[in-house]
Design a protein around this ligand. Sequence first.
Ligand code: BG6
Length: 486
Amino acid sequence: MNNTLPTSIVIFGASGDLTQRKLVPSLFNLFRKGRMPKKFRIVGSGNTAFSEDQFHARLADGMKQFASFKYSEEEWKNFASNLTYQQGRYTDLADFKKLGGILDKWDGGTGNRIYYMATPPDIFPNIIDLLGLSGQLRENGGWRRVVIEKPFGIDLASAQSLNAQIHKTLTENQIYRIDHYLGKETVQNILVTRFANTIFEPLWNRNYIDHVEITVAEQVGVEHRAGYYDTIGVVRDMLQNHLLQLVSLVAMEPPSSFEASALRNEKVKVLSSIQPVKQENILNNTVLAQYKGYRAEEGVKADSTTPTYAALRLQIDNWRWQGVPFYLRSGKQLAQKLSQITIEFKEPPHLLFPTAQGRITPNMLVLYLQPDEGIHWRFEAKVPDTAADMRSVDMEFHYADSFGKTAIPESYERLLLDALAGDASLFTRADEVETAWALIDPIIETWDAQKQPLPEYKSGDWGPAEADKLLSRDGRSWSNWDGRVG
Ligand code: BG6
């Protein structure tokens, strides 16, 4: 594909939060690093009647609030000269034809184009239809790609119908379904840790690993997103996508290459090996809860049963993972913002050393995804000047120490760069998204059928007591690393 052609990035939903907070700062940083195509234009599109000046002012203001890097006014001015705004309705073919005409005029109709869906999800199908009907998705010299934000559907049926619908106008390799967790350096580093080192992989299986725990905890509540969140909840917002993506990266077999289809085939294999939680076991293997005060948040229904916390026990039915539970949890208004994957190893088969309960603290490998990105290894060491007392110590790698405090870019930078380069490795494929929904649907249905209110947890806690029971029943507990979690 020709990447020297003029490239347009059209953002639908340009007046929204994502554009201001993430997309424009990321594109600007790519520009500063000299990674944008030589000739490019970013066209914001939306219902709002912005003048060019208002649009620029809004984005400049967003940069001041949200950019995680320093820049000069001159850099911004240079970048902003490529930014324009085009008001348009998402339901009007005439407006789409007008947009197409403007782009054709700029790139001669043969340029490369990315259409980015940053609107509320119920509008995606309409936009894609109208892009197709206005002839903008036909590749005629340059490539045409569509980037689709999450959530991709709200259940299996809607994801299937969205896939069927977009496949009418686009081939799968023109579609880039975003899961911003895959843009995180630390998430990509799961694969490097596993497959660029020889020391981990021999241990990475049921013979040595007792269980895996994935925590994605947030301190914030619903903030200003209640309108969206209250209809979606944590299972659809976090588990179906971010957490299952993490499971697939931790559990996958080594792909033959880092090429998109090889990688995604392995991820789909993991998702399809996850034992569907049987209807009658769902309530035993999942915990949903709501933070106290959620129903009083602005925009949340007074009788809302939307969960803001979920914990889940999964089994992967294959040779590598048989009998190794994966415990997942995610929630809002928890004790701290923390995303981590804990690989807890089995205890040694025979204890040489006397210990208090005849047990020893198991080794742990903790992949800290955020905020203090790094990897910690916990192992036992002899306490000096004792006969044979032991204590857990840890070996720590922190990105900030090894690569500098500002080394980690915003996850959207990498994803936008890959979409421009035509590399779909870090985007979810149609079958992947559907397999994930197939796992999640029965959980949502079963909980929806419950007539009781959800358990509540205090904001600032680590979730409801029921979530602790999910592990204590198995003789385990959520990992307690340096007292940070637990
Ligand atoms: C988004 C969810 O996908 O991820 C949000 O919609 C959540 O509800 C966010 O807050 C968390 O992302 P991060 O990168 O801050 O962990």
